[in-house]
Design a protein around this ligand. Sequence first.
Ligand code: PEP
Ligand code: MN
Length: 457
Amino acid sequence: MSISKPKLRAVRGAQDWRPDSWQHRPAVQQPSYDDPAELAEALARLRTLPPLVTSWEVLGLKQLLAEAQEGRRFLLQGGDCAESFADCSSEVIANRLKVLLQMSLVLIHGLRMPVVRVGRFAGQYAKPRSADTETRDGVTLPSYRGDLINGPEFSAAARRADPQRLLEAHARSAMTMNFVRALGEGGFADLHHPEYWDLAWVEHSPLAAEYRRMVASIGDAVRFMETLAGEPIASFSRVEFFTSHEALLLHYEEAQTRRVPRQFGWFNLSTHFPWIGMRTADVDGAHVEYCRGIRNPVAVKVGPSMDAAQLQRLVETLNPENEPGRLTLIHRMGAGKIAEHLPRLLAAVQATGRRVLWCCDPMHGNTETAGNGYKTRRFANIRSELEQAFDIHAAAGTRLGGVHLELTGEDVTECMGGARGLGEDDLARAYKSSVDPRLNYEQALELAMLIVRKSGG
Ligand code: PEP
Ligand code: MN
């Protein structure tokens, strides 16, 4: 993963903070482990394992996010709602990268600016749940909390919180990371050969012609620039990917928090860019306490129930020194609520005088249950929330600098609508997610084209 040289800036470390100081705050959404000794042993083992990313990369990403804040880059953050151990396979990982690459190409071409690519992968294994337990046919078991914690099958054995999974998740994240790095450096990501990124079914897509036109025009630009330079330009042959996941299971995050020689402060080296979920964003809670002290860039999901004063405290707590690139706010309101709630929250942050990167997650406020019981999202609502977000930011004088999406490179039918007009009856055909519904390849690409149109590209 090659990155531009970070412009380091001395930042005072958080006061009264330690990697375990979160343990003195209320920690919601944590599993209960039935054998503390087994948990302690797994965590001790985890602490000895090498990190997945480096502090150098983390600070490099912070610099890129600072540039996105200033309007010079656009953030594309996407991937599965949750990774699963079973999907840690070459095909799933490569297809996910292909979608992100294609979307970024559409955005770079249309927005005329570089894109920061951040995957929800290599560690996105823990999920917040609305209930601690689940009851089926009179049997009550703990809820599935993601492969980092327990298994999705409805049995007592699978639903037990198993500390061995902490080590398994670390190993799978490392394997994912290793493959992502190799693909990013090698021919796979070569701008001279965007056909390497085509997924098998792209040729049947109603969007194929528009995408191909764009690719041809990028190919012309690449050849033109290399003709001017008189030689191949190395940066056209590789791409940077950064990783992110929800920093949810705090014992896991703590065990991967390291002090780096020669760089002042603590880093979470399990991911470049951890985020705090909507359900764990209490400013006095354990998750905010944990994230306060690490030097990574961090993001917070902001939902419609966030009040202005609470958001202002979050901004002050997580970025007391107004450090560029440090804080991203990901709003996820729902198409029917964004017009009511986003303007007051933008004004609240503006009133602090602090800079943040604003990013829109048009997925999580638009989840519904279809008539046939499937958890789904309508493309029209996702589109509407995103379009409203651009307009609301423009009216407020702020900038929407990124999007956060749940998507997959697999040909799934989990979200309804889009160019192919998927309906309720299509959901059963290829519904694979055990958590939230994801955009499939075509729907994701369509959304990228829409962002370009909305931004006047
Ligand atoms: C998620 O990103 O999968 C998620 C649970 O989001 P939120 O915290 O915004 O509900
Ligand atoms: Mn989700």
